[in-house]
Write a protein that binds this ligand. Structure first.
Ligand SMILES: [Zn+2]
Length: 304
């Protein structure tokens, strides 16, 4: 592919206004021969709905030579995703879901490629130039900063679950409180959590950055979009990075509500099993992946 196919791009704004070039149908594809589409275009042939932010690639199209990798890493489609990662990083930090250099984000951008955040950097103050391109074994392919050591945990899920296009890991205080307390997260209690989180997966503790935690979270994350990492934090995945981030907000808000309700002292009013089944139908209508049709149930019947 000649270099002329990949002119230098000006940075894309995070805006979702109609002036955003990522939303202009004329820029839907980088070029007619490109295998990589620009995310952010309206989906489903112009039907009403939210913007489709999922990144798609043609299988077998990963760049191979150093020149192809460099062009890909600086292509307009990838620059859009870098901006989104930085924006979500700011939101994580502003909501106090990360502290110090904690937390990390990934977006899968090929059969064996992902964008990721760098190590030893606050997620609240990243710029696109700080991000890295790695393969799914964690080998760094592009970027001036060193990639986070926790990407292998994200890839533990991505390798097992192709619907996982983006992962967000953070230490939001309310959810992490449940990860360190010897208390189960009760459910079903509110529709939002049932529809958008479903059953929250629980991954046993292993040292961060090891193959053991990648396997543990990978197995749990294969069938759960929100994973509570015991003695650590949360890792959520989605079809795009904002989708994954929303689940971090959902789980922390839910745990906060449960914590406050616990303090009221009257116990919980649970949604019934029959009502929970109706929420399962809502999940399908919202397009939430049906990872385990039996997942919406009354957990009170489960042993602690
Ligand atoms: Zn962590």
């Amino acid at each position: 592919m000649p270099a002329a196919d990949w002119p230098p791009s000006k940075p894309f704004a995070m805006s979702t206004s109609h002036t955003d070039p990522a939303l202009d149908p004329a820029t839907r594809r980088i070029d007619a021969g490109s295998a990589w589409t620009t995310p952010g275009v309206p989906s489903r042939g112009g039907e009403p709905g939210g913007p489709d932010l999922e990144f798609r690639w043609t299988p077998g199209s990963d760049p191979r030579t150093p020149a192809e990798v460099a062009r890909f890493f600086h292509s307009p489609a990838i620059e859009v995703l870098k901006e989104r990662i930085c924006e979500i990083g700011r939101r994580l930090w502003q909501r106090e879901y990360t502290d110090g250099n904690g937390g990390n984000l990934t977006i899968r951008v090929g059969d064996n490629l992902a964008l990721c955040t760098p190590t030893m950097m606050s997620k609240g103050f990243m710029t696109p130039a700080d991000l890295c391109l790695v393969d799914l074994d964690g080998q760094q392919l592009a970027g001036v900063r060193r990639r986070t050591s926790e990407v292998l945990t994200h890839f533990g899920i991505m390798k097992r679950q192709p619907l996982a296009k983006a992962c967000v890991h953070a230490h939001p205080p309310h959810a992490t409180a449940f990860a360190i307390a010897n208390v189960e997260i009760p459910r079903p209690l509110i529709p939002e959590a049932e529809v958008f989180l479903g059953k929250i997966g629980v991954a046993r503790y292993h040292t961060p950055g090891t193959a053991a935690i990648a396997d543990e979270v990978g197995e749990v994350g294969r069938t759960h979009q929100a994973v509570l990492m015991i003695n650590h934090g949360v890792l959520c995945w989605g079809s795009h990075v904002e989708d994954a981030y929303w689940k971090v907000e959902n789980i922390d808000a839910y745990c906060r509500m449960v914590w406050i309700a616990t303090g009221l002292g009257g116990g919980f009013r649970h949604i019934s099993a029959a009502q929970a089944q109706e929420l399962l139908e809502l999940r399908r209508q919202f397009g939430v992946p049906d990872l385990d049709a039996a997942e919406v149930r009354d957990d009170r019947s489960q042993p602690g």
